[in-house]
Design a protein around this ligand. Structure first.
Ligand code: DX5
Ligand code: ZN
Length: 219
């Protein structure tokens, strides 16, 4: 099975966002990963609603919006209107995760939950049935261009077993430090979706790099 590839526009050239999104439209990318940071949940500010709307105007692929913000429940509807088709909130930011996921479902979006590197996958045991995409952070959220944390392989395997036991079709997404050096091993461990920011946008040929990730098991 080929993975879904979700390039993160956090690493794109913001002054040429239309051109960057058009490149993604023409590429083998499946989703467009949109990283929203508030300077509170994470120690960095990226961009918010107006930029997401601008991406939506040009994107021909689903927007996978990763909310690294406190109180994400306050902004779900606004991001859905700004084009989100997958809405991912952080487990660590949601004291009432079940309710938040109901809100996402009621908006007609896929429900995503992200886990920080230190958060065990078992915290999701009682809610996997209500999640469409589990995003395992393979770096500490807040910045692009960091090194992949190898313990992630183990977490992917554990989560794959947890999902199999529950019998759901929840996807496993990996976010942070993904390159051609770790993509195959992540897929073999059970990942379904690979997010890649700097590896794609810093490449001399980003569209070719996306194809290489998409076909990593065939190469
Ligand atoms: C990190 C973000 C990631 C980031 C990935 O907080 O959630 O999506 O853009 O960037 P790379 O691939 O450069 O680690
Ligand atoms: Zn992300």
């Amino acid at each position: 099975m080929k993975p879904l590839i979700a390039p993160s526009v956090l690493a794109a050239d913001f002054a040429n966002l239309q051109k960057e999104v058009e490149m993604l439209n023409q590429s083998q990318a499946d989703w467009i990963h949109v990283d929203v940071m508030d300077g509170r949940f994470v120690p960095n500010i990226s961009f918010g609603l107006p930029v997401c709307e601008a991406i939506q105007r040009h994107a021909q692929k689903p927007l996978d919006v990763h909310l690294m913000i406190v109180e994400p429940e306050k902004y779900l509807e606004a991001f859905q209107k700004a084009g989100a088709q997958v809405l991912t909130v952080h487990y660590e930011a949601c004291p009432h995760l079940h309710r938040t996921l109901q809100q996402i479902r009621d908006l007609g979006c896929k429900r995503g939950v992200a886990l920080n590197p230190h958060t065990p996958v078992t915290v999701l045991t009682d809610i996997i049935q209500d999640i469409d995409v589990i995003c395992l952070m393979s770096v500490n959220p807040g910045f692009g261009g960091q090194s992949f944390i190898p313990h992630t392989y183990q977490k992917v395997k554990e989560l794959r077993q947890l999902i199999a036991r529950q019998g759901t079709s929840t996807l496993i997404e990996i976010d942070g430090g993904v390159t051609l050096d770790n993509a195959a091993q992540l897929l073999e461990a059970g990942a379904d979706v690979l997010v890649a920011g700097s590896f794609v946008f810093r490449a001399s040929d980003p569209a070719h790099t996306i194809s290489a990730l998409k076909n990593v098991l065939q190469e």
